[in-house]
Design a protein around this ligand. Sequence first.
Ligand code: TTP
Ligand code: MG
Length: 361
Amino acid sequence: MPRIIMHADLDAFYAAVEQREHPEWMGKPVVVGADPKQGKGRGVCMTASYEARKFGIRSAMPISKAYKLCPTAIFTPPNFPLYTAASDAVMNILRSYSDKFEQVSIDEAFIDVSSKFSGRKKDEIESFAAAIKNEIGEKEKLSCSIGVASNKLVAKIASDFKKPDGLTIVELGKEKEFLSPLPVRKLIGVGEKTEIVLKEMGVITIGELALLPQELMLKEFGKSGLYLHEAANGIDDSEVEENYEIKSINRNTTFEEDTKDESLIFAAIDEMLEDAHNALTANNFCCRTVGVRVRFEDFETHTKEKTLNEATADIGTIKSVAKKLLQPFFSDNRKIRQVGIRLAHLEEVDKKQKMVSEYFH
Ligand code: TTP
Ligand code: MG
């Protein structure tokens, strides 16, 4: 079955967070990075708002050069805790729309949403992606660009196609046509060196690269030549998979009004656990630790966790552990403002099964 994959990438991420935190910077050139010290500072730009990009300022550019291009820009040092928190919130939104989720960097992720559609109607896909963009805009006040395609390779290039605030859908069967006019550099794996070699071979666009015979690519670039050949032809079978680096799955719910209503609180916990459990099983994981987090009306926050003897992916077990952990909080007089859950010590189910079968054979 052909898949529907989306790639979302936040626009001018660090700079956009800074503009959100300093509304007076909205609409102005903002550069996040080193202190330019009147053009004599060292270090580089991490990113620049789109207003600053109009002056030619780019990521990785020396800050002294950025200062020369636009001395009146707002130069600000990075505030990583702020970016991490914004990233986590956005990733949770993206995850909530997906069957499978894979975070690629602080501001981009792939989601596999194949099961959300019965066909591949463009307007349905468009409104689904628009809903994601809307939620990120409403809740996090950030804008992103989304690319949609039948594979990760094309979806990623599509998200970069119309930035900022873009939405590009590449229809099934049109992958090659979409890639064809773009420069080879857009393909992951084509760096400066490969670009130069290809140029010497007379190849500038992905379409031209696609025409080179497989044998020639193998001869020129070895194994990666075969990858490049497939990529240029819009072929990529790699799955969207939860990053193996992830250590835990966390979810939080803030109530509209602070509450002591046990059924309301348990319902929120159940919903978050089911959502986290979906993420867990979609990626073939089980967990050993189940945790809950309670924030009272005065913002005092408590966490409780239980580590099980054996990893589990059983939703019943996970729910009953969480409920037991939560129970003592109800004897407190204060109302609850926010509850959260955490599944941690994640293990890959396959790995565990493999170990077991190796042990028995
Ligand atoms: P990008 O997604 O590459 O860039 P961006 O989000 O700023 O702009 P856009 O996607 O709209 O083109 O990178 C995400 C963040 O990573 C960026 O905001 C800052 C950081 N970053 C660096 O610190 N150094 C770099 O060289 C790059 C490219 C990014
Ligand atoms: Mg980005």
